[in-house]
Write a protein that binds this ligand. Sequence first.
Ligand code: COA
Length: 702
Amino acid sequence: MGVLSNFFSPKSVAIVGASNSPGKIGHAIVKNVMESGYTGKILPVNPKEQEIMGLQAFPGIKDISEEVEMAVISVPAARVLNVAKECGKAGVKNLVVITAGFKEVGKEGLDMEKQLLATCREYGMHMLGPNCLGMMDTHMQLNTSFAKVFPIKGNIAFFSQSGAMMVAILDWSRSVGLGFSKVVSLGNKADLSEIDFIEEAAEDPYTRVILCYIEDVSDGKRFLEVVGNATRKKPVIILKSGTSQAGAQAASSHTGALAGSDLAYETAFRQCGVIRAKNMTELFDLAAAFSKCSLPAGDKVAIITNSGGPGIIATDNVESNGLRMARFQKETLEVLRSGLPPESGIYNPVDVLGDAKTDRYSFALEKVCADPNTDVVMLLLCHAATTEPIETGRALIEMKETYPDKTFFASYMGGEGLKEGATLLAENGVPCYTFPEPAISSVNHMVKYRRYIDSPPDESGLDYQDVDKKAVKAIFYDVLKDNRLVLLGSEAAEVARAYGIPAAPVALATTPDEAVEEAEKIGYPVVLKVASPKILHKTDVGGVKVGLDSPEAVRKGFLEIMESVHRFMPQAVVYGVEVNKMMPRGTELIIGMTKDIQFGPMIACGLGGIYVNLLKDVAFRLARGLTRKEIESMLAETKSYSLLRGYRGSEPQDINAVVDAVGRVARLALDFPEITELDVNPVFVYPSGLSALDVKITISIS
Ligand code: COA
């Protein structure tokens, strides 16, 4: 039994709102539970009826003497709360609330939903919904939904945030022979969500592939933990629609502006090993592949085709997907040459020619499978007068049994005439597609997934013992006391230093003499910058002076900055001038942080300086769960990485120092959720070490 206890295998199911009137949802549910082959007790509840569809009916839950493990509620919204309370009092364990009219209709509905959830919590009940279609389990033989179709028994668990989509897919799935273990309509996800069901399905012996359609994730932190574990056990394939613009729009930092609305999901999915489907077609193409065949041992694909064109298309696809065409051994080539007609292509793709019957396909299959360089066999078949789609399909199935360490795919290119053969293949564990592209793309996802589960979990976390949390707390305290949310550059640099990020020396001066004093301490040459939280673009208002190498120059610079800023922005509160050490130039990077509503801090790193937004050479990762290895792979995604490694003979820069700084920024963001935005731009990276030149931090009152 999984984490959801007996949610999918209750000993008894009450249907509250059961009805004798055909056409009512309460009628359809009773009918579905009865027809699904459910062997537990079915207990209809209706205040007016003695009997429903031949079963004894009860006026209320409290009138049922035996234990009720699940109650399916299908009464109007205004009555749901009372029914739930009665269920709680009667000791019901699980609720499936079909009724609509909750959070999705506005404030009043949301309040009702909150009360409903509170009731579930009070009585320790799990709840699916409200506003859902119900759930199905083909192995427990239970259908508590009002869908018309019950799926074929299989190994795909499918969780959908859209009820309508679920119905459409169930209907279609029968026609293509796709089988399901569990199907759940998630509804409003007030209590149970895809996270709970993914966790359950990861342990379910009947489930091999986990499939989701979701519009959002309500608990990003838990999603990362639970789904990250689940993907190590089973493939989790998710189609996610809907994007939240709010976060990106609110952001004013460079990093925030770079992070698109969907980026956090993309990043989260990648970091926890989720396979993201681009669209519905791909969702089910992948489902077919993962549910039917074993993971490929490697990425070397052998193609056997009866037509040149599709063979070339498939070959192009193998390469564009980053897979490899198998290079056959000499012996394989010799035997193919001797056994196939002279016009045949014996190199991969093997072209058995348009007039090939099953014997020729069989011969080529046997030789290609026996070659140790073949990991995946892709059979392409175009419908010619002589083709034998069913017999050739049988030959492929036979080969699959003979070579269990190879992975088999087929593409039967055509329509009605190939249908029987294609179905035969699908029913016998060979995913068969109409065109080669989805087949090869599926192979690619499977190869990547195999690499993912074969690689040991990355434990190189961000555990820094030398960070000074107290110092950061004290700075934030002072900033808030000063009625500010934006830190001055000198304060932000202090924060960075407290977390071991080497910020260049910077000090605040309120008079020309103080500026000279600080410059003497820091050492010439220096840069002066106006210190004002309101002035974001300092250069535009004459607020920056660079290369000042004497006390006179500093004094003069101070006065000029003050005068210029006063002229351009007379209303801005100016705290003084910051004296920065003029650092030698290095490779310019940006390290930044922006926040996602669901998944928390997202860390960015890439090309820095003034062209950040123009060139957008930045990669992102979530701070949560980030590891050194991930930071390295994040850097490797940017073009700046080539610069760091030493481009065209230039000296390599200190990549380790960058990894360390990125990790420390992530640690800082996780330790202080009140930081809403953070940009370190530019960071000068040197052959040894780096220097954070300009640190910007915004906090919130929390
Ligand atoms: N306990 C038990 N039965 C009750 C009851 C209670 N407290 N209150 C009412 N009933 C009975 C009714 O008498 C009726 O039985 P009857 O046909 O014998 O008269 C039955 O429950 C249903 O109530 P009714 O008032 O007829 O409602 P309905 O069937 O028209 O609608 C819902 C109820 C839940 C289907 C409807 O409110 C709803 O939410 N529909 C949308 C569902 C949906 O789309 N969900 C999301 C899918 S993705």
